[in-house]
Design a protein around this ligand. Structure first.
Ligand code: ADP
Ligand code: MG
Length: 242
């Protein structure tokens, strides 16, 4: 007998409304979504369709106005603030379009930060951050501040920071939105490597060329899922600059 696996993400009738009354904006209007472990999902859709809102709710950075959300089987609405913070720190990694690294702070210290929130023992901090930065091809840039790194390298630091607590899921909002096509291909190759290692990846993108690298493409329109298609992913170029 096989044990059924728990979906990484399971939502039912998810709504997110900003404001009230006449000025209320319904950013999500009843999203039903199941994502299994090991998927590489691209979320597409026009600007303002609710992609970031959906990603923020899935990442527990925001709470839905209505509906149910289970993350790795946990009913998120029932978790205390501490339990939620713990799950966020240990199971989710975030990557943003604008990298969101601390300026005047080395790559190593940027990657150490989420381990401080997670209460990682002090002696493990530098070795684990170093390993994560090596993993993304930046083993020779540990002491560089963001200003001394290219956009693609800054995004690699952000990915190392997302990886360092060994998350089950990486959530990325337009992670290649500020990058040229060569650098985009390198970042996509890195995401595909992490996916091949078993990490579930959910990324928001405008670009069909980026979404082509996913195993599944969701299109969001007016706060609802307009289409949901599984596909054979295009392989990103494997060569790396750093
Ligand atoms: P996308 O990422 O697809 O561009 P968003 O999820 O950012 O879309 O936004 C969806 C809708 O919700 C838009 O109409 C946007 O203006 C609105 N919205 C997003 N965040 C807020 C907020 N904090 N307050 C009010 N409205 C918001
Ligand atoms: Mg957005």
């Amino acid at each position: 007998m096989t044990t059924p696996t728990i979906p990484v993400i399971e939502t039912h009738g998810l709504w997110r409304t900003y404001g009230e009354g006449d000025t209320a904006v319904h950013a999500l209007r009843g999203v039903d979504l199941t994502i299994e472990a090991g998927e590489l999902v691209a979320i597409m859709g026009p600007s303002g369709s609710g992609k970031s809102t959906l990603l923020n709710v899935l990442g527990c950075l925001d709470r839905p106005t209505a509906g149910a959300y289970r993350l790795l089987g946990h009913d998120v609405a029932r978790l205390s603030a501490n339990e939620l913070a713990r799950i966020r720190n240990h199971t989710l990694g975030f990557v943003f379009q604008s990298y969101q690294l601390l300026p005047r702070t080395t790559a190593l210290d940027n990657v150490i930060l989420p381990m401080l929130y997670a209460g990682t023992p002090r002696r493990e901090l530098a070795p684990r951050a170093t390993a994560a930065l090596r993993r993304v091809g930046l083993g020779d840039r540990l002491d560089h501040t963001p200003a001394k790194l290219s956009g693609g390298q800054q995004q690699r630091v952000a990915i190392a920071r997302a990886l360092v607590n060994e998350p089950a899921v990486i959530l990325a909002d337009e992670p290649t939105g500020n990058l040229d096509s060569t650098t985009t291909a390198e970042i996509l190759a890195l995401f595909q490597e992490l996916h091949a290692e078993g990490i579930t990846i959910i990324l928001v993108t405008h670009e069909a060329d980026v979404a082509a690298h996913a195993t599944r493409v969701l299109v969001v329109k007016d706060g609802a899922i307009a289409s949901d298609v599984r596909q054979t992913p295009r392989r990103a170029r494997q060569e790396r600059a750093a």
